[in-house]
Design a protein around this ligand. Structure first.
Ligand code: NAP
Length: 252
């Protein structure tokens, strides 16, 4: 990965949550390859440091910020540290997410709360932490990672689907609040993407997913990262409050 100067991103700073693996890691790698300085956020410090190191070794700039996205105080501390260290935070990608699947009838309160805390409140926390500085400089781009099931629903995922539908509502509302300040807020809704999250699914569920994807293949983290990169770019400056579906034709 040889970083190439991209005028859109030149001298700018991005923050990506859930960046130690899967889709978040690929987004961080691709943004660093575009010449952005990337603050990578995740819970496990060691994994995060390895990603930052990998980006550094390939000529990019990445700085690890271990944090739990479900904690507003931690989100505030991370964003303050990024702005203090790099003078700006221009791009925010809320990607951290978890699943705790169960039929609603059996779902424990903790399973509901944990998923909503990371997937929805986590996005709220980092939007809240970043938005004031973006408003002050009249520039910002936010991409929140939703999911196809936030729009279709999915049995066994009432908590996850609710959190991902919530992310769409959060993004569309914030988009309207800050549109006049040069800030865009959009969602990318991935379908069935090959990562540790989907690797954990039972074989019959994986097979059933493949059957309903018109393209008959899983997506890759790079498929998602390309859509994120587009929404962050100057080419997307008149697009806000939207959901881009990256799902091989499953829905949208
Ligand atoms: P993943 O491989 O499980 O990666 C998610 C990352 O988020 C992990 O590094 C995880 O750390 C981190 N994370 C979890 N809780 C966190 C917290 N409280 N604070 C900070 N970081 C936290 O998942 P993925 O498949 O790349 O998914 C990335 C995003 O895309 C998620 O929002 C997911 O819902 C969404 N998505 C994925 C798919 C798919 O098919 N894969 C489809 C639609 C949407 P630990 O590993 O330490 O928990």
């Amino acid at each position: 990965m040889e970083p190439k100067p991209n005028l859109t991103f030149s001298g700018k700073v991005a923050l990506v949550t859930g960046a130690s693996q899967g889709i978040g890691e690929t987004i961080a790698l691709q943004l660093a390859a575009e010449g952005l300085t990337v603050a990578v956020v995740d819970v496990q410090e060691e994994k995060l440091e390895r990603v930052a190191q990998r980006i550094g070794e390939s000529g990019g700039r990445a700085y690890p910020f271990p944090a739990d996205v479900s904690r507003l105080d931690q989100a505030m501390t991370v964003v303050e540290a990024v702005i203090r260290g790099h003078e700006t935070l221009d791009y925010l990608v809320n990607n951290a997410g978890i699943t705790r699947d169960n039929l609603l009838m059996r779902m424990k309160e903790e399973e509901w709360d944990a998923v909503l805390a990371v997937n929805l409140k986590g996005a709220f926390n980092f939007c809240k932490a970043a938005i004031r500085s973006m408003i002050n400089k009249r520039f910002g781009r936010i991409v929140n990672i939703s999911s196809v099931v936030g729009l279709t629903g999915n049995p066994g995922q009432a908590n996850y689907a609710a959190s991902k539908a919530g992310v769409v509502g959060l993004s569309k509302s914030l988009a309207r609040e800050v549109a006049s300040r040069g800030i865009t807020v959009n969602c990318v809704a991935p379908g069935y993407i090959a990562t540790a999250m989907t690797e954990a699914l039972p074989e019959d569920v994986k097979k059933a997913f493949l059957e309903i994807i018109p393209m008959k293949r899983m997506g890759t983290p790079a498929d998602v990262a390309q859509a994120v990169k587009f929404l962050l770019s100057d080419q997307a400056s008149y697009i806000t409050g939207q959901v881009i579906h990256v799902n091989g034709g499953m829905y949208g």
